[in-house]
Every structure is written in structure tokens, then in C-alpha cells.
Design a binder for this molecule. Sequence first.
Ligand code: PLP
Length: 475
Amino acid sequence: MVSTHPVEVQPSGNQYLSQRRSVTTSPNQELLPLSAKVNHHDSLEIGGCDVTTLVQQFGSPLYILDEQTLRTACQQYRDTFKQYYKGESQVLYASKAWNCLAVCAIVASEGLGIDVVSGGELYTALEAGVSPEKIYLHGNNKSRDELILAIESGCTIVVDNWYELHTLVEVADRKIGSDSLPTTPPPHHPIRIMLRLTPGIECHTHEYIRTGHLDSKFGFDPNDLEEVFAFVSKQPDLNCVGLHAHIGSQIFERQPHRDLAAVMVQWLRDAAKYNLELTELNVGGGLGIKYIESDDPPSIAEWSKAICEVVQEACAAENLPLPKLLCEPGRSLIATACVTAYTIGSAKTIPDIRTYVTIDGGMSDNPRPITYQSVYRAVVANKMSASLTETVTLAGKHCESGDILIKNAQLPKTEPGDILVVMGTGAYNYSMASNYNRLPRPAAVLVANGEANLILQRESYQDIIRQDCLPERLK
Ligand code: PLP
């Protein structure tokens, strides 16, 4: 007899692939990297590489970066700005999301510039071969040496506050003594700067990653704007080319960015009163990504189009020429491109309360859950079509009760040795990783067309003690 009841299909890890919109989708609207597949061993494959084989080869935890997803996101930003903006545009990658040589080289090869927030990030971008004309240095307390490195390399400095403005004037004037001061006049003169302003726009996002409201440590107070313009306009050593603002991160609404762009165009108009010809406008980053099923961010194209339109409308209304338009996304460029693979170890069931399943990493390779209560989804890479029959708490291995990666994760029945894959870990994971409990930082591989290349070596115990010094009298 044929049953008339529909067969109830238990969800499995495959659901994250079958929910995919299309292959031309916006990476920030997906949970898994664009190249993800399930192979005939029922294993997750990324960039044509079996994840379980990658773990055997490179160890775990392992960051696995899908080149196709990263390049697609770069191309979507770049092409949408080209398509919708009638003036010049430049997309920058906010490299704080993940700064290393390979990532800088990939985004630069797609024509993107890079924003950096420290001497270390700047040095990495330069070593990766990124052209200094496409590098912008941020930071609310840049050291004198960081400023000098930026000046000597010829990148643009996004000035954050009065202290920095005065320091720059002094450095340019070569009045201050520093061992690292160049002996010859800086090769790039006058120094190319932008001004960062706090736009006073609030976003519905986590408080600690909200930077745009007036109570922010970043940027000049817009109430000081006229004074800043007046000061900058009198500095022959500074070439102020434009304005910058950033309102926050993991934002799903388009309106705050529209409001921001409109406010910034008015500031451009105000600058003209001081004979400052500002030709660049940087609206920051902030577009969110899908970490869990209910997250529904606009696509990269929708967000970019909205920005282009509002800047054009506001400039037309103010009768201003179109500035060169810059934006600097981080998360939405790289988060979905990477997953972290872990090996499952111990488990502990507390009757009527919960089951803890432990992996071989945790808050040291992904500090976002403990810092921001961020949520993630995971699959078991070697059991992709197994039914999700268990609800478990995925715990890290750190000596910290709060080291929980995912609460109430829906997984198939797991056993030690299974490979757990956490999705959406490309942004603010490696870059915020630590050696807490003296865990060596994981390796990272770049995968494409069935090939895996190491882009970050796994740290060793020798690396862990490399900076330690043992005074003679303690030996
Ligand atoms: N620009 C600045 C100044 C930032 O502070 C940040 C992140 O906080 C970004 C860009 C990148 O933001 P997101 O990764 O949300 O795109």
C-alpha cells in the first residue's frame, strides 16, 4: 500500500547547500562558501578539496579559505560601484577583518585598495605588494612611528583627532626628535590625509562594534568641523583630500548608510567655504552577513547601489561635483569565504540539562562568541547527510567556562574524531586570535580548483616561547 502521508525528511548538514539561492548569489547572503559541495563520501568539499582530507594533511583546527567566494565578493563590490556610480570609485578592503599576505594579495589583484589600522597591518599590505596609493591608514591613536611609516610609504592617513593632526604637522615640519625620523625630507609631500568624522548616526547592532554615534572614541566631533577645516586649510604640509566616516558593523538596514552619505555630502559643501577642495568621500564599511538562517542582509550589489545613488542625488542637490567614492567593507568581503574545521574530542552529558561536545580549539581561534555573544552554525563535515538528531553545546578546550562556541547546535550523533566545520569565520577570527592558554594559532589554507595552499603556518610550541626571555639568574 502506498502511504498518502508525505515522508518527513529530517534536516541534515546538506540543508545549508540546498538553501543556496543560486551560484551567482551575493556571498554575504550564504552560510557556506560558494564552492561548497558534498562529495560521494558524504563529506563536505570546499574549493574542490575534501575537508576531512585537508584536516589529515594540515591538522586541526584549520581555517579553510575559499578563493572563489573571496574573489566573487571583491568583484561584486567593484563592479557594482563601477556600474552605478558616474564618478570615480575605489573599494577598499578593511583588512582588520583578516590581514595576512595572501589575503592582501588576492584583494589587491581584484583591483581593491586596502585599509589598515596599524603599522603591522600597513607593513603586511606593503609586503604583499599593495600599491601605497591604494592604502589608507586608520587608527585613533597612531604612534609617531606608524605615522612616519605611512608618510614614507606614501599611503593616505585618515586623521582621527586633534592630537594626530598636530603630531602630523610637527612630523612634517621635522621639529620633533625621533630615531626613526627620516634624515631626508619625506618623499611624499605634502602628506596626503583624509579627516574622519563621527557622523552621529546610530545603528541597530551590538554596542561594542558600534562606532558611528557621537559617544564614540573614533573621529572628530562634527561640531568641531569648521575649526578643523580652518586649521587644515592653513597647513602647507598637509594635502587634505577628503572625508571618512564609519557607522558600525553587521548592519542589515540600508537607511543608516543612506543618511550617512547624505550628511557627508553636506560636510563636503562646508569644506568648500575654507577653500578646501575635497575630492574623496569614504562611507566606511558595515554591511552584514548571514551567520544563521534568520539573518537577511541586503546583497553586496543592493548595498553598493544604494550608496552610489544617494551620493549622486545629494551632490546634484548641493550642486557639487561628484567626489571619488570609497567604501571599506571587511566582514561582507571575507566572512563567508572561510570555515574553521575542528576535530571533535570529549563529550559530557548532564542528565536533563545538556550535552557538551568539545572541539580542539575555541575562544583563542574564534573570540567572537565570548566577546560579542556572536552566533554561528556548524556541520559535521564527514556526515553531511546524517539527520540532525542531537542538540548539543559545542565547547572550546580553553580553561574558561564561557568558552562556548555554539549553544544548542543541531548536529548528527557525533563521536571523537569527527570533523566539525563552523561557517562564516573569515572575518575577525584569525585577526582576533590569541595564544590564550598557550595554544598555538591554527594554520590557514587557501583552496581553489582542488588545490590547497598553506597561507598561514600552524604555530609550534617553539613559536609560543619565541618572545619569552629567561633572565640568566633564573636559569
Ligand atoms: N572601516 C572602519 C573604520 C571600521 O572600524 C570597520 C570595522 O569596524 C570597517 C571599516 C569594516 O567594517 P565591516 O567589517 O563591518 O565591513
